[in-house]
Design a protein around this ligand. Sequence first.
Ligand code: UN1
Length: 479
Amino acid sequence: MAELFRNFIAGEWVAGATASVNRNPSDTADVVGEYAQADAAQAKAAIAAAKRAFPAWSTGSIQERANILEKVGAEILARKDELGTLLSREEGKTLPEGIGEAARAGQIFRFFAGEVVRMAGEKVASVRPGVDVEVTREPLGVIGLITPWNFPIAIPAWKIAPALAYGNTVVCKPADLAPGCAWAIAEILSRAGLPPGVFNLAMGRGSVVGEALVNDPDVTALSFTGSVSTGRGIAAKAIARMAKVQLEMGGKNPLVVLDDADLPTAVNVAVQGSYYSTGQRCTASSRLIVTAGIHDRFVAAVADKLSTLRVDNALLTGTDIGPVVDASQLDIDLKYLEIGKGEGARLVTGGERLQRATDGYYLSPALFSEAGNAMRIAREEIFGPVACVIRAKDYDEALAIANDTEFGLSAGIVTTSLKHATHFKRHAQAGMVMVNVPTAGVDYHVPFGGRKGSSYGPREQGRYAAEFFTTVKTAYTAA
Ligand code: UN1
């Protein structure tokens, strides 16, 4: 029998109402474990525990908070190979990607350990003589965190660490599909010296645990990363009860390639951004907008490069691209390949279901050319190893196409022209702009987030995380 991984509520490990099986997408015979599934009552108990823990935690020693976060970061970093292996096993990104992501999670905890003692306010003069004004930040209360399967350790880390650093208490609900890494963080937190109830892990279904967090009046704020449709539903309910909400959702990120680009750079930036992590990143470049003079050379070179990539078991040395995360995501990817062909785009390469030594959801990276920006493959987020090339006559047209989307997370350009790079940085309608680097793969210490349909609410990560995880107080004092 597979090991049962429990929920962590009020400082205790508790079995769920039921359990779900976490399978390896590279090898569906391999069961990572059984993970507890909370019911609504257990979710409520987690929220109540977080509420009880809040007064003492939010006013307690900041040195203690910093020490705990530092300890968690150090342990994650020391165990990055093991945690990265777990990540690759449960989610399917390659081992170097999994280990890199685990290291990133460790760095995030260390960053926020430092932020705890760097928090500062402002003291300003009042317009009334004899009065002092102070502006400070205070924690919010119980925060509900709902995290996705595609960054199963980094995203829990970048929500949990700032939530705790700024003095909040937490109920975290990781994705059903890949809860193992969040469980591992919970296990590390459980030994780090946190008072009971400060951090709670409530694994389970979105329709049960997610709903409970979204609707409970004791959950002051919600931070969610996931699909656009789920995000919209959360926003509507959260706003109806005046809860603070932060959403990170989809992308249809453009990468513009100009005639003056260095071709090898353009190919590397496009292939890395579009296909690594199996294209399962909201920051993936799924629209490659290429000007006429370099178009044919670029398409041929990307196709050549894709033919050299090894799609295989994520845990094998030498694998470039792991499997799709599960059967239903694979169905979606295959459906979009048919849609693209039906819309008249040309499938240059890939899009084939592959068999490997272990039974998994393998798909060869697919490249469409002759796509139009009105096609569904250019407008809807696919979330798989599928990208389309759209031809543009010049920079101005490329920029207009790049911005013609309901999303606005990350936008990239490959160019050697300072003029165009500068113009693009100013005029791309996205939260993040990349010049000669991939649209995906971001630093851990600077703001992350987008515009339009991609994001809602304040930015995540870095010092900007304080905007969401705290509330501002203005205090007036007359001597
Ligand atoms: C990255 O590209 O490094 O879900 C991070 C996602 C994003 C994170 C991307 N929230 O894909």
